[in-house]
Design a protein around this ligand. Structure first.
Ligand SMILES: Nc1nc2c(ncn2[C@@H]2O[C@H](COP(=O)(O)OP(=O)(O)OP(=O)(O)O)[C@@H](O)[C@H]2O)c(=O)[nH]1
Ligand SMILES: [Mg+2]
Length: 419
């Protein structure tokens, strides 16, 4: 294993995550340097810390430096010049992990695409620095060659985008087949290490790879939930803080499955500190919103209940009660709480959303029924020219009952009109 110095932020969860990332990429962290602000213009870090780093490299056997933040080309170059060691920034580190884990063609293409985008952003600057003769590599490139180099990257990007679109289309066809059979789909989402795959394995009887390294899962797998009539569940790749937007874009097709799910289970590791739970919840929830997933189709699953104290559970409940989201506690390891989760899934699947147009004439006949709907379902009312538009989200049985009563009332109205 290559030995590295890790430069990161002083917050415990940042340190923990950065070490996990470094280990997943196959590095051994032998020293850690922290600084509150890592985006200084010349070196990312300040002069004092840079000195500390120089001394560590002088005295210890260090192969590389991992910098837990995105570095501009000029910063990476300045650092490499002073330290005489390769510096890997956070983006590159994540790419290396993705590269190690990728097994499917799609995952490999997505990673190549992300790499090219990383490269494209830095290409011009790199060529400029190399032309100044200060960095070895492809020196002597003229303006013309720079264009050739940049165009080459762009061409490969276009090719990959098309190829990935093909693969996505293929998947959409498969998905359509599933939709036509109307099989409800549940998708697992959440921070890496939350226990999505463990939960998937518990619910399906599968044996997918589970580990405490980051990004254990790099592709979507879909199976039937055991003992349920045709409910499908998908395991997906994990989220992480501060993934650069261009990478999210590259991985979108893997996460895309989430958009077509009837229910998204947002899995959170409840055994971590409240601070960490909040941060990870916010990160994951924002990604779901980015993917245009409706919060009312989401169930937050606090996993690792077996490692969570009574006190912690109460604290989490206090924090989440006012968020207006459904949540449940369980353990993918012991199975505790899983029945409750399945109950929630079943009753959510029973829900649907419908819109009714009711003219003013009919309203007095069904006002009690509407009051009942308001007390049990999610109802929005919009006034129209000659009636109201009623949007209702709720249990299927309640909606059917309402429709029957509506039909009955309309029937009565017809009889009254005729007499
Ligand atoms: N004690 C305990 N450990 C759990 C539980 N669920 C998962 N784990 C452990 O947590 C670690 C991460 O589990 P995974 O299922 O791989 O997590 P993941 O969310 O799929 O992670 P990525 O695939 O990296 O996104 C593993 O070491 C699991 O054994 C649980 O309920 N209790
Ligand atoms: Mg997983």
């Amino acid at each position: 294993m290559e030995k590295v110095v890790l430069v990161t932020y002083p917050e415990p969860y940042c340190i923990k995550e950065a070490i996990a990332l470094a280990n997943s990429a196959g590095y051994e962290v032998v020293r850690i340097i922290t600084q509150k602000y890592l985006r200084r213009s010349r070196y990312g870090l300040g002069a004092g810390k840079l000195n500390e780093l120089v001394n560590i490299i002088k005295n210890d056997k260090i192969d590389k430096i991992i910098f837990d933040e995105s570095l501009k080309t000029s910063q990476a170059y300045n650092l490499a010049k002073v330290l005489k060691k390769e510096v890997i920034d956070r983006e590159k580190l994540i790419l290396q992990i993705f590269n190690k884990r990728a097994t499917t063609l799609e995952a490999k293409l997505q990673i190549r695409l992300a790499e090219l985008k990383y490269e494209l952003m830095r290409a011009k600057e790199k060529v400029r620095l190399e032309k100044m003769g200060e960095q070895p590599g492809f020196y002597g490139l003229g303006e013309y060659e720079v264009d050739v180099y940049v165009n080459q990257i762009k061409r490969e990007i276009n090719f990959l985008v098309k190829k990935l679109a093909d693969i996505r289309r293929q998947r959409a066809i498969q998905r359509k087949g599933r939709e036509e059979k109307e099989l409800p789909l549940i998708s697992l989402a959440g921070y890496t290490g939350a226990g999505k795959t463990s939960l998937f394995n518990y619910l399906t009887g599968e044996y997918l790879y589970v580990s405490d390294q980051v990004f254990s899962t790099l592709r979507t797998t879909t199976r039937k939930i055991l003992n349920e009539k045709n409910i499908l569940i998908s395991d997906t790749v994990g989220f992480i803080r501060k993934i650069p937007p261009y990478m999210i874009e590259a991985f979108k097709s893997t996460l895309e499955e989430l958009r077509f799910a009837n229910i998204v289970l947002l899995v959170i590791d409840a055994s971590e500190s409240i601070e960490e739970i909040e941060t990870k919840f916010n990160t994951s929830f924002n990604i779901l919103l980015d993917l245009e997933i409706n919060p009312s189709n989401t169930i937050v699953v606090f996993n690792k209940l077996d490692l969570t104290s009574e006190e912690k559970i109460k604290e989490i409940e206090r924090n989440f009660d006012n968020k207006g989201l459904e949540y449940v506690f369980c353990s993918a390891k012991t199975g505790l709480g899983i029945n409750m989760l399945l109950d929630k899934i079943r009753s959510k699947l029973m829900e649907e959303e419908k819109v009714y147009f009711l003219d003013f004439q009919i309203l007095p006949l069904i006002s009690n029924t509407i009051d009942f709907l308001k007390s049990t379902c999610n109802v929005t009312i919009e006034k129209m020219e000659n009636g109201i538009r009623l949007k209702v989200r709720g249990g299927k049985t309640i909606l059917r009952r309402f429709e029957n009563q509506l039909e009955y009332a309309r029937g009565n109205l017809c009889i009254k009109d005729r007499t």
